[in-house]
Design a protein around this ligand. Structure first.
Ligand code: SAH
Length: 227
């Protein structure tokens, strides 16, 4: 899979993309993540050399201009055909696991990060194929949202996680939240691990996990339970 991210702040991705799962995915050749500096795509003829401008109609806040974004997208699209061109934005479709699962099956994805008041609506109307929000709150820029999206997608690519079945049991893959987890020691400062987990009886362990998942989901996220 190839993911291209367009941003005004490429350095923000440095640490994030070069650690842990995202690093491993790239080293194994399972994902290529390219970060593109939008400023490099300001037209030479633009004497202002700006990536943003005042909003028509007035009001506080700058708006990201069409031209650099389009220059950048056109340059990339000479090399690659995208399955999805995503703009991360608080008024987009709220990101859920089923959308992430679907995106993890794609070949090439473009992600545009907004800043300021956002991007000129004409880009959104004519060149973006999917708008995604990571939650009902406003960030100062799309970089964190793009990082969240990239991480959630790349960990699902087969071969990225050491045990793929682990991702299938996570919260939101089915209708239930994940069960509680414990590790050694079996007793720590007087706090014991539930007996059943030490029993070695797999059917009983599975049943316990299912019951715990169900209890937790009923309590915290009854909206996830269909019946
Ligand atoms: N005026 C806009 C917010 C702009 S915030 C509005 O009220 O809808 C600046 C940029 O940060 C956005 O263009 C978007 O790319 C990013 N951003 C902020 N919050 C986000 C969220 N919850 N999900 C995804 N992207 C977000």
């Amino acid at each position: 899979m190839r993911i291209d991210i367009i941003t005004l702040f490429p350095e923000m991705f440095d640490g994030f993309m070069s650690q842990s799962i995202l690093q491993r995915a790239q080293q194994k050749g399972l994902a290529t993540i390219n970060i593109h500096q939008l400023r490099n795509y300001v037209s030479k003829t633009d004497k202002h050399k700006n990536v943003d401008d005042y909003a028509f109609g007035g009001g506080a806040g700058m708006v990201m201009s069409c031209e650099p974004i389009l220059n950048c997208m056109e340059a990339l699209e000479k090399e690659v055909k995208y399955d999805e061109k995503i703009f991360v934005t608080p008024d987009g479709e709220q990101l859920k696991q089923d959308r992430v699962n679907n995106l993890s099956l794609k070949g090439n994805i473009l992600i545009l990060c907004g800043r300021y008041k956002g991007v000129d609506q004409r880009i959104r109307d004519n060149f973006i194929t999917l708008e995604l929000s990571i939650g009902d709150y406003v960030l100062s820029g799309g970089e964190l949202a793009a990082a969240v999206l990239t991480d959630s997608i790349v960990r699902l690519i087969p071969g990225v996680l050491s045990d793929e079945s682990s991702a299938l049991l996570d919260s939101f893959q089915g209708d239930l939240l994940d069960a509680p987890v414990y590790t050694r020691p079996a007793e720590y400062k007087g706090m014991a691990v539930p007996e059943v987990l030490l029993s070695g009886h797999q059917a009983k362990i599975d049943e316990w996990r299912y019951q715990k998942s169900l209890e937790k989901t009923k309590e915290r996220r009854p909206d996830l339970l269909k019946d």
